[in-house]
Design a protein around this ligand. Structure first.
Ligand code: TYD
Length: 212
C-alpha cells in the first residue's frame, strides 16, 4: 500500500500524544496533510466503544476488554486507515495493535499468540510501516499522569505492576521487530524527542511527499 502508516505507542504519561500533535504540525507546515487518529476510537462506532472501555463505571473481564479493543480497530482500519493509505496519505495513529499486545497481553496476561491472531483478523494484516515506542519507567509515567489535568481513565488506575508489565511487553515487541520499531527514551526533553521523531519519520516519507 502507498502512503506511510506511523503508530505511536507507549505507557501512560509518555508524552506520545503531544509528540504526535507536533509531528502533524510539522508535516502540515511542509505541505503534507496527515490523517491523525487514535485508538480506541477514530470513527463514531469506535469512539462509542472507547467511551465504554475507558469508563470506570464498567469492569469488563480481560477477554471482553480485548475483543472490544479489536472490534474498534476493525472499524477504524476498514473505514479510515485503508482508504487514507490507498490514497497515498501519511497516517499518524495514537496507539494500534501493539497496545492490545502490551496491555491485554503483558498487562492482563492474555495469550500473546491469540491476541496477535485477533489483530491480524481485525486489520486484514495491515501493519504499521513505523512504530515509535515512547519508553519510560512505569513509575515516572504514572507520576506525570497524576499531576496532569483531567480524570484518570479506567486503565490509568491499574497498579504500577500492571504498567511495568505493559512496558516490558512493549520492549519485547520492539526487540522482535527491530525494523518496524524505533524506541525513544521518553524521559528526554520534548524538543529532543521531537527531533528524534522527525528524523525517524522523514527518512521514511514517500518520495512524493518528502520535504527537507
Ligand atoms: P488514552 O486516554 O488514550 O491513553 P493514553 O493517553 O495513554 O494513550 O486511553 C487509552 C487507554 O486504552 C490506554 O490506557 C491504553 C488502553 N488500550 C488498551 O488497553 N488496549 C488497546 O488495544 C488500546 C488501543 C488501548
Amino acid at each position: 500500500m502507498p502512503g506511510l502508516f506511523v503508530t505511536f505507542e507507549g505507557g501512560e504519561g509518555s508524552g506520545k500524544s503531544t509528540q504526535l500533535a507536533r509531528l502533524a504540525e510539522r508535516l502540515r507546515a511542509g505541505g503534507v496533510d496527515p490523517l491523525v487518529t487514535r485508538e480506541p476510537g477514530g470513527t463514531p462506532l469506535a469512539e462509542g466503544i472507547r467511551a465504554l472501555l475507558l469508563d470506570s463505571g464498567h469492569a469488563p473481564g480481560a477477554m471482553a476488554e480485548a475483543l472490544l479493543m479489536v472490534a474498534a480497530r476493525a472499524d477504524l482500519v476498514a473505514t479510515r486507515l485503508r482508504p487514507a493509505l490507498a490514497a497515498g496519505r501519511v497516517v499518524l495513529c495514537d496507539r494500534y495493535g501493539d497496545s492490545t499486545l502490551a496491555y491485554q497481553g503483558g498487562g492482563r496476561g492474555l495469550d500473546a499468540a491469540r491476541l496477535a491472531d485477533w489483530n491480524r483478523t481485525a486489520t486484514g494484516g495491515l501493519d504499521p510501516d513505523l512504530t515509535l515506542l515512547f519508553d519510560l519507567p512505569a513509575r515516572v509515567g504514572l507520576a506525570r499522569r497524576a499531576i496532569a489535568a483531567g480524570t484518570p481513565n479506567r486503565l490509568d488506575l491499574e497498579s504500577e505492576g500492571f504498567h511495568t508489565r505493559v512496558r516490558e511487553r512493549y520492549l519485547e515487541l520492539a526487540r522482535t521487530e527491530p525494523a518496524r520499531f524505533v524506541v525513544l527514551d521518553a524521559t528526554r526533553e520534548p524538543e529532543e524527542l521531537a527531533a528524534s521523531v522527525w528524523s525517524a519519520v522523514s527518512e521514511r516519507l514517500p518520495a512524493t511527499t518528502r520535504k527537507s
